[in-house]
Design a protein around this ligand. Structure first.
Ligand code: IVH
Length: 666
């Protein structure tokens, strides 16, 4: 078979498997077979850049090309919905419809209101052309590259009978399971938690790195079909057709013709929604007939033919028994409310975060108070008020601790910060253990032969007191009686393997406050070695792009501390990477210093990632979108016409691959 034909066949086949798996929840192929076919397609596509197709199943993995986002004007504005909060308001809307339709019978389509971010997808000849966010309703961001990574959204429609051009709108969502998983990871790394799946989905979809989007496993439901040639008059019928074409359409949808049926639908989902894999915040009611919708029309902000009914945020009242305090890796002390157990939105709640002293003050909380607890879109319950009528006359106000509950040190509160800190970083157990846990984490030294329980055990047994002690652990120490030889060896080997971890991650692993993964990377590339970084002055640190005063001062503070210097020296002695790998430094020049370079098209000699690395190695900066600040465009084959035009307009040089290579190798 000709390779071109092979590519076509594989694309169809993989699209079909994806559709069965992600939309129909069926699997007709083993994972290995799927991977094998995908791999085969990737190889064929690499050999045939001229057959590149942004809708190929291989494109689902995303690229880290930050194309920026261009803005697109919606063909039909994206309106919002008027909200109602109780049955009377729903009845009011229903009566208005009856009146405005002159008493004509009408049907209502009842749907779930998904709580994510809305998206508009345009398809032409059954292929995804564009995906645009709501934006301001008139114009939105073109997020096509990111949306392509959402597995439930078809890139090429598997069904038949769709119009040649149409738009379909819906909601992009982060499933609870993904949301919870990310927060567990963040909690372990003491990073701020994502507030709710909606923000998380929105932040993800607007990320410039589509590989990150692909990893986050977003989902989508579509709920509105538009276009000049939609098949039916009925909205419900159109969505059933769209399901046949291959779109993810909610099963929680019902067509009714009485107000009582609407109430029943609401009552059912008010509780059943807790079993759904994604967040919902209400019900949407839509007059079903397109003809009647046109009769009813729109107000300036929303259609008259549709309305949202918002679920009540679930709120319960329970007793605050006492306040305990948690100390994190950085020494930050977080107050936690311990309450009488109470059932809230399907789970038993006993604890709620109180954030900090100001939060406690703002409610003037007293011990024994009856507090209102809510769980909105958030997963962590929060206190939203106090029932003052039930406060005992003798109740004592909650007083923030002034000593560390773990080590007894006097707490400090820095200017401008809401949190209290335990300053005893080298003697306070949760801080010590927290730093070690951070050090071994996957994104840091990736020592997966030990976990938090082991860290706790070794700490209690006096084996480790800081991160450097890890490298001193010997098999005999772990395996006192010789019964755990195998696992002890595995642990020690795992620790030893981390000597290969590159410098930038070693730097991140140290756990210097405010130095996250990204700043560690730029610092490593800028200073190139631990020695240079340790000696850097404040002004030198501030020169690094993305390093502000807070980070710079924290680095200075860290290395000023002799204990930290000792630890770094010990790590160096064990053989950890204390400088950028030489392969990175080789061929380093300043030839592209100060240049902003856009990469576009398909390349012959190196792939995009390699070109990106080359640009950085030679002091340049890879940027996502063309602007007047762009120095030149490194263009491969098939550069998009819109980009070419923009480059011409702005008079920006378009450089070929060969020219570029000559420039840096000369
Ligand atoms: S229909 C003109 N249906 O709610 C009508 N919207 O507050 C367009 N939403 O911006 C919207 N689930 O993001 C519709 N089943 C559903 C929905 C839904 C969630 C969102 C959508 C919209 C917002 C309006």
């Amino acid at each position: 078979m000709e390779e071109k034909e092979q590519i076509r066949k594989l694309r169809t086949q993989l699209h079909d498997y994806n559709y069965r798996y992600y939309v129909l929840n069926r699997s007709d192929v083993t994972d290995e077979e799927f991977d094998r076919l995908m791999h085969q397609l990737q190889e064929l596509e690499a050999r045939h850049p001229e057959l590149f197709d942004p809708n190929s199943p291989t494109q689902r993995v995303g690229s880290d090309l930050s194309e920026g986002f261009s803005q697109v004007t919606h063909r039909y504005p994206m309106l919002s919905l008027a909200n109602t909060y109780n049955e009377e308001e729903v009845a009011g809307w229903y009566e208005n419809i009856r009146r405005d339709l002159g008493g004509e019978p009408f049907e209502v389509c009842c749907e779930l209101k998904y709580d994510g971010l809305s998206i508009s997808l345009t398809y032409e000849e059954g292929r995804l052309l564009r995906a645009v966010t709501r934006g301001d309703g008139t114009r939105g961001d073109d997020v096509t590259a990111n949306v392509r990574t959402i597995r439930t959204i078809p890139l090429v429609l598997p069904g038949k009978g769709y119009p040649h051009q149409f738009e379909i709108r819906g909601e992009v969502l982060m499933p609870w399971s993904v949301f919870e998983e990310i927060n567990i990871e963040r909690q372990a790394a003491e990073e701020p938690l994502l507030a709710n799946p909606r923000n998380a989905a929105s932040g993800t979809l607007k990320s410039l790195d589509s590989r990150l989007v692909a990893r986050r496993h977003l989902d989508a439901y579509l709920y509105y079909l538009l276009g000049d040639e939609v098949p039916f008059d009925g909205h419900y019928e159109n969505l059933q057709a769209a399901r046949q074409w291959g779109f993810p359409i909610s099963e929680g949808m019902q067509k009714v013709d009485t107000l009582e049926d609407i109430y029943r639908f609401i009552a059912h989902w008010e509780t059943a929604r807790h079993d759904l894999p994604v967040a919902t915040d209400g019900i949407v009611l839509k007059v079903n007939s397109g003809r009647q919708q046109r009769t009813l029309g729109f107000t300036a902000k929303s259609p008259r033919w549709a309305i949202a009914y918002k679920f009540k945020a679930e709120r319960v009242c329970t007793r605050l028994n006492d306040v305990s305090y948690q100390v994190g890796r950085t020494g930050a002390v977080t107050p936690v409310a311990n309450m009488d157990a109470v059932l809230l939105a399907g789970t038993t709640v006993r604890r709620a975060t109180l954030n900090n002293e100001d939060f406690i003050r703002s409610f003037d909380l007293h011990l024994g108070d009856y507090v209102y607890v809510e769980k909105g879109g958030e997963i962590i319950p929060k206190i939203v008020g106090v029932d003052l009528t039930r406060r005992d006359a003798a109740a004592q106000p909650v007083k923030f601790v002034d000593r560390c509950p773990e080590c007894g040190a006097q707490l400090v509160r820095y200017d401008g910060e809401a949190a209290h800190y335990c300053p005893n970083d080298s003697g306070c157990p949760p801080q010590i253990k927290g730093r070690i846990e951070h050090f071994i984490a996957r994104r840091a030294m990736n020592i997966d032969s030990i976990g938090p329980e082991t860290v706790d055990e070794y700490y209690r047994r006096g084996l480790i007191h800081n991160i450097a002690d890890l490298y001193d652990i010997r098999i005999e120490q772990i395996d006192g009686d010789g019964s755990r030889q195998k696992s002890a060896r595995k642990i020690v080997n795992g620790i030893h393997a981390s000597l290969a971890v590159p410098f930038e991650r070693v730097l991140f692993a140290l756990g210097i406050r405010f130095v996250g993964e990204t700043s560690a990377r730029v610092l490593a590339r800028h200073f190139k070695s631990m020695d240079a970084l340790m000696e850097a002055r404040l002004d030198e640190l501030l020169e690094v792009e993305g390093v502000g005063r807070v980070i710079a001062e924290s680095i200075i503070r860290y290395f000023r501390n002799p204990d930290n210097r000792t630890i770094v020296e010990r790590l160096r002695g064990y053989g950890l990477q204390m400088a950028l790998a030489t392969s990175w430094q080789q061929g380093l020049t300043h030839r592209l210093e100060g240049q902003n370079i856009v990469i576009s098209g398909v390349f012959e000699h190196y792939n995009r990632d390699q070109y990106k690395a080359l640009i950085e190695q030679h002091g340049g900066k890879n940027v996502g979108s063309i602007s007047s600040k762009t120095s030149f465009i490194l263009a491969g084959a098939n550069m998009g016409p819109a980009k070419l035009q923009k480059a011409e307009q702005l008079g920006i040089k378009v450089m070929s691959e060969d020219e570029f290579l000559r420039l840096i190798n000369d």
